[in-house]
Design a protein around this ligand. Structure first.
Ligand code: IMP
Ligand code: ZN
Length: 372
């Protein structure tokens, strides 16, 4: 496990509220119980359950949202989640979250995102790069400073705003407009997520098309349930990435491969929610062997008690991959990030600087590398 932790990693599919620390979730629950807002017996079966079905996971999210949707808590969770990813050497994190309106605490979608940004700015334990570089700035790669013999960690963070499948077309459009407004603060794209058994994804097509026209990147939760028509239509839309791809049929695999859309793979999440029967039959192996573009991700590290290092260890152990292969898998994820080419270039340098340690070679760092 040690080398999985020390290896630089790229996280492309992490939901903010799903990545909440266990200790924070418990503390917030106790606080509400203390105020008499809820009763432990009402929530213990939701919180303490280990293997949750997809349906039960969304019950837990509803509870988490009751506990977290105020400005200070959103700020706190953002800070903690980024610190946790940085502590296991995630060097680039694309964090996604659904902007929420909560009138009872004076929260709008806009102020929700402001609270997330406040969390980003409040981090002092690691260097956080979240403001995109301006066009004419030189490459910002600077070796991490050494303080008292310790190298200070640095993490690039970019944000995706999620559209929840419970929302209306108008609410989704509001999220896209907010993402455009927040671009100077590191918002790079839009995600479509939420309970896959709810709603029709075409409700969000106008907003997703608008996002794309405006140059935002789009990633879709795709194939979490067997819904052949939706999967086909989502692939026809050609998002820049998709998450999961669990219930794909032969025609979907063909379409995915011919369009080369990178897949965010969430091993533990899929096994825990039983969208894949067991790890040994996970489609990771199929896609990896086909050299399809992939990135290992956590999805909801808090809800599924995992972290990115664990996901790499599980992949290595389950599919017989060695350190060099895992390093290459991690390094290749750089090509699928939504941040600008300067960030990509900086990340390639980070990977190059440690390649030898993992039995890999230094590659020519070039802006001409193929990017999505
Ligand atoms: P938030 O957007 O920061 O509140 O993160 C939690 C939200 O992410 C959930 O309420 C869902 O909308 C979404 N989410 C988390 N995990 C999944 C998943 O496995 N499938 C679909 N949506 C998910
Ligand atoms: Zn997800």
């Amino acid at each position: 496990m040690e080398w999985c932790v020390s290896m630089p990693k790229i996280e492309l599919h992490a939901h903010l509220n799903g990545s909440i620390r266990d200790s924070t979730l418990l503390e917030l629950t106790k606080a509400l119980i203390g105020k008499g807002v809820m009763n432990f017996s009402e929530v213990e079966h939701i919180i303490l359950k280990y293997n949750r079905s997809l349906k039960e996971v969304f019950k837990l999210f509803d509870l988490i949202h009751i506990l977290t949707t105020d400005h200070n808590t959103v700020t706190r969770i953002t800070r903690e989640v980024i610190e946790d990813f940085a502590s296991e050497n995630v060097v680039y994190l694309e964090l996604r979250t659904t902007p929420k309106k909560n009138d009872s605490v004076g929260m709008s979608k806009h102020s929700y995102v402001e609270a997330v940004l406040k969390g980003l700015r409040s981090i002092t334990s690691v260097d956080v790069d979240f403001i995109p570089h301006c066009e004419d700035s030189k490459t910002l790669f600077t070796p991490a400073p050494v303080i008292n013999g310790h190298v200070r960690k640095k993490i690039f963070v970019r944000l995706l705003l999620s559209i929840d499948r419970r929302e209306t077309t108008e609410a989704a459009m509001e999220t896209v407009k907010l993402a455009l407004e927040m671009r100077p603060y590191g918002v790079v794209g839009i995600d479509l997520s939420g309970n896959p058994s709810i709603g029709d994804w075409t409700t969000y097509l106008p907003a997703l098309k608008f996002a794309r026209e405006q140059g935002l990147y789009v990633t879709l939760h795709c194939g979490e349930l067997p819904n052949s028509k939706e999967i086909k239509n989502m692939l026809d839309f050609r998002p820049q990435r998709i998450g999961h791809a669990c219930f794909f049929e032969d025609e979907h695999w063909r379409q995915l491969k011919s369009s080369n859309i990178p897949v965010e793979i969430c091993l533990t999440s899929n096994v825990r929610t039983m969208t894949v029967p067991s790890i040994d039959v996970h489609h990771f192996a199929h896609l990896y062997n086909a050299k399809h573009p992939l990135a290992l991700c956590t999805d909801d590290s808090g809800v599924f008690s995992t972290c990115l290092s664990k996901e790499y260890k599980i992949a290595a152990d389950s599919f017989g991959l060695g350190r060099r292969e895992m390093f290459e898998l991690s390094r290749n994820a750089v090509e699928h990030i939504f941040a600008d080419s300067k960030v990509k270039e900086d990340l390639r340098k980070i990977f190059n600087s440690v390649a030898k340690k993992y039995g890999s070679v230094t590659t020519v760092s070039s802006l001409e590398n193929i990017c999505i």
